[in-house]
Design a protein around this ligand. Structure first.
Ligand code: SAM
Length: 219
C-alpha cells in the first residue's frame, strides 16, 4: 500500500469515482483488496453495508480507524484472500469494487469466478486498473508511481480475464454465467472520461493514469 501523501494526490475525490461507476445508496458492497480504506470510507458513506477484504490485517486496522473516526459503523473488516471472497462474504451483494489490485492477481479467472458467485443477479463488478503506460509516464508529485510497467494490464487482458468466465461457468450453468462489459473509462486526475465508441486510441491520452472496467452479471 503506498503512503498516503501521493495516494491522496492521485485520488483526490474517491466519492466521484464511485458514483461514476454506479455505486448508489442502499447497496450491499464488497471492497476487495481494500487496503487502508481510502475508497472504503466513501463506499460506506453511501452504501447500506460494506465488507472490506484485504490480506493485510494492519492495513485493515487503519481502515477500521479511518471509518471509526467518522462514526461509520456499516462496514465489516475481513482479513482474507480475495480468491476466497465467495467464502468470506455470506450474503449476495450488489457491487464488488476492486481498485489498484487486479494487476497483482495471478489467477484472474479464479478471482472473477469467486466474485461472480457473491454477486446478486445483475450485480456489478468494477475493476480500476492502472493504465498500461510505462511507469515513468505515470508520475505523481514528480515521482514515477504505480506497479511496474510489465505488471500493467491492457483493457483486453482485463476483459478477457473476466469474460472467459462465460465459457467456464457456462459449461455448468448457462443461466449463471454471463457478463455484460461496459465501455472502458479513463481517469484523468480524478475525473472520469468515457471513451467514445470507436475511439480506443484515446486510451493513449498522456494524462490518463487509470482505466475503469464495469462488468454486470447477467443471470
Ligand atoms: C495498492 S493497494 C490498493 C488498496 C485500495 N484498493 C485502494 O485503491 O486504495 C493493494 C491492496 O491489495 C491487497 N491485496 C493484494 N493481494 C491480495 C489478495 N490476494 N487478497 C486480498 N488482498 C490482497 C494488498 O494487501 C493491498 O492492501
Amino acid at each position: 500500500m503506498p503512503n498516503a501523501g501521493w495516494w491522496e494526490a492521485l485520488w483526490p475525490a474517491p466519492a466521484k469515482v464511485l458514483s461514476s461507476v454506479g455505486l448508489t445508496s442502499g447497496m450491499d458492497v464488497v471492497d476487495l483488496c481494500a487496503g487502508d480504506g481510502w475508497f472504503t470510507l466513501e463506499i460506506a458513506v453511501l452504501a447500506h453495508h460494506v465488507v472490506a477484504i484485504d490480506l493485510d490485517e494492519k492495513l485493515l486496522e487503519l481502515a477500521r480507524v479511518r471509518l471509526a473516526e467518522r462514526g461509520i459503523a456499516n462496514c465489516d473488516f475481513v482479513a482474507g484472500n480475495a480468491y476466497d471472497v465467495d467464502k468470506l462474504v455470506l450474503e449476495p451483494v450488489d457491487f464488488v469494487f476492486m481498485a489498484n489490485a487486479f494487476h497483482g492477481v495471478t489467477d484472474r479467472l479464479k478471482l472473477a469466478h469467486a466474485v461472480q458467485t457473491v454477486l446478486k443477479p445483475a450485480g456489478r463488478f468494477v475493476i480500476v486498473n492502472w493504465h498500461q503506460r510505462p511507469r515513468e509516464q505515470t508520475p505523481i508529485l514528480g515521482e514515477p508511481r504505480g506497479p511496474r510497467t510489465e505488471l500493467r494490464l491492457s483493457p483486453d487482458q482485463t476483459s478477457e480475464a473476466v469474460g472467459r468466465l462465460q465459457n467456464v461457468a457456462g459449461s455448468r450453468s448457462a443461466a449463471l454465467s454471463l457478463w455484460r462489459c461496459f465501455r472502458i473509462r479513463l481517469i484523468i486526475y480524478g475525473r472520469i472520461i468515457d471513451l467514445p465508441r470507436g475511439a480506443e486510441r484515446l486510451g493513449n491520452l498522456k494524462e490518463a493514469r487509470h482505466e475503469v472496467h464495469c462488468f454486470d452479471a447477467i443471470r
